[in-house]
Design a protein around this ligand. Sequence first.
Ligand code: NI
Length: 159
Amino acid sequence: MAIRNIREIGDPVLNKSCKTVTEITDRTRQLIDDMFETMYDAEGVGLAAPQVGILKRIVVVDVTGEDPILLINPVIMETSGEQTGNEGCLSVPGKTGVVTRPNYVKVKAYNENMEPFEIEGTELLARAFCHEIEHLDGHLYVEKVEGELMNTESPDFED
Ligand code: NI
């Protein structure tokens, strides 16, 4: 396992669309391990592969510190409700902004054995799923911020 360098806003890799994962190789497993380690080290609640410079559709999320979730080729199947709150991103250090997201999302994804599964999330988990999946299509939350991007020492949410 290794901590990887987190790419920051302005790095073109963050604005590219990621490729679908078709097979899990040792290299993919290493990437997944490193993504979890990098996310925990940075105290984020999620991380998407392009944030470590890899253009693959892989996301890791853990909103409690005890519930690691791996999403390979994730797709949002269903959303409902609305939540408006502060959001941050490890690729946009020191900033937060207000973003409105669905309050519930259902995601279809594949696990480390390329078996499909569905997972539901509400509140922070729903926000994290939406935020991370957008990274896979080259989008950052700053595109959606309502009002000004704010400086902050300790955002509620970072990934
Ligand atoms: Ni992010």
